[in-house]
Design a protein around this ligand. Structure first.
Ligand code: ATR
Length: 279
């Protein structure tokens, strides 16, 4: 694709950043919409994050995404932070405003919900009960998404009890703690099961979670998308549960940034999924 001197610029800051699929994702949308723009990987060392973010307006960038390890540290750098990023304690999207100031937001929570709604059409989360496995950064985004979608209760199970407690304190009364060893029993009566840990990812052990107690009507989703069909999702599908893979969360979280930087709201399609997976 040709980039002119007037190209709209954005990118993703990470360290390392070479693994990020975001350039491929945004590049697809730029081409699809015939936009004169570029979205580039920005390898920024943790010590350089503040300077790199402050340089965005000086370099004519419209903003950027943030990935590991910058999502939390960026909160202290930008000029304003949206409510979701504040509640989650992490930021994944930065927009350079017309006056050169930086606005930070977190689109992971709505991205998670949008993926769930696309993969499980008709799923009504209001008043429902979810079981969330994990208590890391991804779990915080999932919990905020579920609370905003109106779930009545979240049973949270994590290997380390300290991190479980931190989420319970932050998101009481909706979130309640479940002991790690009681995670299988916690599935009884649940409407939704979410794995937010890295278990099941290529190179990681599978999540050890017998699904016998989970109602057949429950939906199961995983934030892992490599492989697309984790052992958890395969087991869920085999017993008749609706199973939603995690790739769409990555795709949907990117929509608001693209819209802000490039002026067009893109869509998440089967073709986009195949393109991003082909990387
Ligand atoms: P992310 O930002 O992707 O959520 P993270 O903050 O490092 O990453 O969180 C990783 C999550 O996976 C945590 O819930 C972690 O459990 P601990 O808090 O006990 O560390 C969970 N996790 C990773 N490896 C695990 C394993 N082998 N068994 C159980 N949980 C694991």
């Amino acid at each position: 694709m040709t980039i002119s001197g007037k190209a709209k610029l954005a990118g993703v800051m990470g360290w390392p950043v070479g693994h990020s699929r975001s350039p491929r994702l945004h590049g697809y949308w730029l081409e699809q919409h015939g936009i004169d723009g570029a979205y580039v990987p920005l390898a920024v060392r943790p010590d350089d994050l503040a300077a790199a973010l402050r340089a965005l307006p000086k370099l004519g960038f419209r903003g950027c995404n943030l990935t590991v390890p910058h999502k939390e540290a960026a909160l202290a750098v930008v000029d304003r932070v949206d409510a979701a990023a504040r509640r989650i304690g992490a930021m994944n999207t930065v927009v350079v405003e017309a006056d050169g100031t930086l606005s930070g937001s977190n689109t992971d929570a709505p991205g998670f919900i949008a993926n769930l709604r696309q993969g499980a059409p008709g799923l009504d989360l209001a008043g429902k009960t979810a079981v969330v496995i994990g208590a890391g950064g991804a779990a915080r985004a999932v919990v905020v998404g579920l609370i905003d979608a109106g779930v009545a209760g979240i049973r949270l199970a994590n290997r380390s009890a300290e991190r479980t407690q931190a989420l319970v304190e932050a998101f009481a009364p909706v979130v309640g703690a479940v002991a790690w060893d009681a995670r299988a029993q916690a599935l009884a009566g649940a409407d939704l099961l979410v794995n937010t840990t890295s278990l099941g990812m290529v190179g990681e052990p599978a999540l050890d979670l017998p699904l016998d107690a989970l109602p057949a009507t429950a939906t199961v989703t995983d934030i892992v998308y490599a492989p697309l069909e984790t052992a958890l999702l395969a087991a869920a599908r085999a017993r008749g549960n609706v199973a939603v893979d995690g790739l769409g969360m990555l795709l949907h979280q990117a929509v608001p940034g693209f819209a802000a930087w490039f002026g067009t709201t893109p869509t998440v399609t089967a073709e986009l999924r195949a393109h991003v997976l082909g990387a």
